[in-house]
Design a protein around this ligand. Structure first.
Ligand code: SF4
Ligand code: SF4
Length: 78
């Protein structure tokens, strides 16, 4: 018997992350309820937060915490 496929609901907004703006300060880490912001990677000697996108629910709670505006949002396409 076939199992009905139910499309997962998608959030109205999608989080965007501009790694070039990230200075690895870590101020966003505690704002994420799913611990999607964890760890640092180094790019050109500069620390960058690691975003685990599989754990991100696009709640946008992290967005106002970034002093360098590394986060942004866009409307999720319907
Ligand atoms: S949008 Fe929400 S779930 Fe995604 S990284 Fe930011 S705080 Fe975490
Ligand atoms: S608050 Fe902004 S600059 Fe700091 S680690 Fe998070 S994304 Fe990077």
């Amino acid at each position: 018997m076939l199992t009905p496929v139910v499309a997962a609901p998608h959030p109205p907004w999608t989080l965007l992350f501009d790694e070039h703006r990230c200075v690895g300060c870590g101020q966003c880490v505690g704002s994420c309820p799913t611990n999607a912001l964890n760890g640092l990677r180094f790019a050109g000697g500069q620390p960058k937060i690691v975003v685990t996108w599989e754990d991100c629910t696009h709640c946008l709670l992290c967005l106002p915490w970034c002093p360098t505006a590394a986060f942004d949002k866009q409307r999720t396409p319907a």
